[in-house]
Design a protein around this ligand. Structure first.
Ligand SMILES: Cc1ncc(COP(=O)(O)O)c(C=O)c1O
Length: 659
């Protein structure tokens, strides 16, 4: 193959940001080692001064003479020796800093995040409560407010915090959604017990007496209306009595077993179990979460995706209608912004339109969540430096490719109207693990999961202390303040708009587009590359075909063999370039995989369905490398990659490798 096409000409503005980009990371050859070293030493020295100046009247616990004792010297030798061992081991790790790494969503981290983490780790704050983290609990809430603003939430009425990752953040989203879902029902039970009469707003905007509602209606109250009802109940009598009555009728205290029994007794007409609608490309953590919350994986209804791997919103509407006919309540609908396998962005604006229509025409509503764990940071491209939204055309000018589309911008802008959104700084935020984030549009709903431990309670009456006592509202307990500081410093250096993260993500998307283009135009005869559509963000998926392959099994075995030669799965392997692979299986990819199977031509979709868990092996390259479109990459990691792929194909076919 010849040299890849030169990158598109850049605007002066993007040239400036590109200059900054070179300072944001340590660099594939540790080019910025002196900068990182200077900052780490600065952070360490500063911490040392802090210790030395903390009650300087205190004596020294470890004296210079202690350092000359045999026990001390031996301990230091052991430490040094074992560290050398660890450092040697670590070099067998994944070189995610390199342009040669085109596999999972692992990446280089920003220097800001690395230094922020290191500096704060020396203080070891625990963000469970302000008492254990007077500085970093504040930073955590600041970071959450920044992310909230990025997706268009109002930071004064929304709420958010950091988690150890996407799984826990998603768990919290459904945990709260579940409690909101049952809130009107609990309120109805409590109101009956307290003999208070309340009105509630129905999804079609009419008002009705709470006691007149059927079980089905009680399970179809919009979040804000359910929370208003809760407020009215709260104001209807002494707080202690209301709390007791609500607690007696809440799922969180009663538990699913007794709750179901009580509903059958109280309403005599038990509904079918409520379901959670999930895009069929959703991350596997959703199944864990639905099981853990006691909802049961039988209650997952997978919504098919289209040939671009985005939720099919016509299928969603059909499913909502079918469920409404069978009187099956819908607890939540989980959409994805940046699917794990393909980086597809669901058309969230259309999903929200389906819900509005369901409210109007069917009296049905549900919590809409966007799992933007992977793609959430891409929302930064929609903001300019003045804090205004950019159009698709403006973003295309700076991305230098025909990305994004108007539909993409509409979908990402719609995050502002989702009930909850999860975004992982430790994915497209380029910060070290662990850092996920949970964002909730209606901050009042966090009270539905609050628990008060006596030993960590905030000072009564201090509203800000309530906020800074995170442990009260979150699933996790102890958690690293260092993670909050890492994200905070990274956001300071790379603002969440076109100058910072927006620019970084545009570069990776442009890199992914170049890779897609290079694979499309590469002449690898006799091999043929079958590409999945141009990605919505930066994950390029492809399958390699050869004329001698006649069955799905043979095709899968060939691609699996390419993957083995280009992965680090075998211990000690040092592949030239590193990729990942996935399997498109039935029923999740039914319909979506059709065009790809037709282009390959070895089997029909029906035959593919019969392959069950074998599915279709798909090679996958996540382009996290921010330098892929730089003007003078040495070596060019696109040409180099295509050539390495060819060598891996030859090796997988048992051919002598071409030089
Ligand atoms: C879309 C999506 N959601 C959730 C997760 C889970 O995130 P974590 O591994 O941080 O728990 C992932 C992980 O890849 C993901 O891609």
């Amino acid at each position: 193959m010849t040299e890849a096409d030169p990158p598109a000409p850049e605007s002066p503005n993007s040239r400036e940001s590109d200059d900054a980009l070179r300072a944001w990371f340590l660099g594939p050859r540790a080019e910025n080692a002196d900068l990182l070293e200077r900052l780490i030493v600065e952070a360490l020295r500063d911490h040392v001064f802090w210790r030395r100046n903390h009650h300087p009247e205190d004596g020294f616990t470890i004296r210079e003479t202690d350092k000359r004792t045999p026990g001390y010297e031996e301990a230091v030798s052991t430490l040094t020796q074992e560290l050398m061992g660890l450092l040697a081991e670590l070099k067998r790790g994944v070189p995610s800093f390199s342009g040669r790494y085109k596999a999972h969503m692992l990446s280089e981290q920003t220097i800001a995040a690395q230094v922020g983490y290191f500096a704060t780790m020396l203080y070891n704050p625990n963000n469970v409560s302000i008492e254990a983290s007077p500085v970093t609990s504040r930073l955590e809430l600041e970071v959450a407010a920044q992310l909230a603003r990025m997706i268009g939430y109002d930071p004064t009425t929304s709420w958010g915090h950091l988690t150890s990752g996407g799984t826990v953040a998603n768990f919290e989203a459904l945990w709260i959604a579940r409690n909101v879902f049952y809130l009107a029902l609990s309120a109805a039970g409590a109101a009956r017990e307290l003999q208070v009469e309340l009105q509630v707003t129905l999804p079609n905007d009419t008002r009705a007496p709470l006691e007149s509602l059927s079980l089905q209606q009680l399970l179809n109250i919009r979040t804000a209306d359910a929370l208003d009802l809760w407020r009215d109940l709260w104001n209807s009598g002494p707080h202690a009595r209301v709390t007791r009555a609500l607690t007696d009728h809440s799922l969180s205290t009663v538990g699913y077993q007794d709750y179901g029994r009580r509903l059958a007794l109280d309403y005599g007409d038990p509904l079918p179990a409520s379901v959670v609608l999930v895009a069929s490309t959703a991350h596997y953590s959703w199944e864990k979460i639905i099981r853990a919350l006691g909802i049961g994986s039988n209650q997952i209804v997978r919504i098919p995706v289209d040939s671009h791997f985005r939720m099919d919103t016509n299928a969603l509407w059909d499913q909502v209608v079918a469920l409404a006919r069978r009187r099956v309540p819908i607890m939540a609908c989980v959409t994805v912004c940046g699917t794990t396998e393909e980086s597809a962005v669901d058309q969230l604006d259309e999903v929200l339109a389906v819900r509005s229509r369901a409210e109007r025409e069917l009296g049905v509503t549900f919590h809409v969540h966007s799992d933007a764990c992977y793609g959430g940071y891409a929302a930064s491209v929609t903001w300019n430096a003045a804090g205004e939204r950019r159009t698709a055309a403006e973003i295309q000018t700076s991305s230098g490719c025909d990305w994004p589309s108007d539909n993409w911008v509409r979908a990402v802008t719609a995050l502002a109207a989702a009930d909850s959104v999860t975004i992982d700084p430790h994915k497209l935020g380029y910060v070290p693990y662990p850092a996920g984030a949970f964002l909730l549009r209606e901050r009042r709903a966090r009270e539905l999961v609050a628990v008060d431990p006596p030993y960590l309670a905030p000072t009564a009456g201090l509203a800000s202390a309530q906020d800074l006592f995170l442990g009260r509202f979150i699933f996790e307990g102890s958690k690293p303040g260092a993670a909050a500081a890492a994200v905070w410093l990274s956001h300071k250096v790379l603002p969440l708009d076109e100058r910072g993260y927006g620019h970084l993500i545009e570069r990776t998307v442009a890199g992914a587009h170049r890779l897609h283009d290079a694979l499309r135009t590469a002449d690898l005869a006799p091999y043929r590359i079958v590409l999945l559509p141009v990605p919505d963000i930066n994950i390029v998926c492809y399958i390699v075909h050869h004329p001698a392959l006649h069955t799905l099994e043979e095709l899968n075995a060939f691609n699996e063999s390419i993957y083995e030669r280009m992965s680090m799965e075998t211990p000690g392997a040092t592949p030239e370039y590193i990729i990942s692979r996935t399997r498109f299986q039935t029923p999740m990819y039914d319909g979506a995989v059709g065009p790809t199977l037709r282009e390959i031509g070895v089997c029909t979709e029906e035959e593919w369905k019969r392959s069950g868990t074998d599915g279709l092996v798909v090679l996958r390259s996540t382009v996290m490398d921010p330098h892929l479109t730089a003007s003078a990459p040495a070596p060019d990691h696109i040409t180099g990659f295509v050539n390495a792929l060819r060598r891996a194909c030859d090796a997988a076919r048992g051919q002598p490798a071409a030089s």
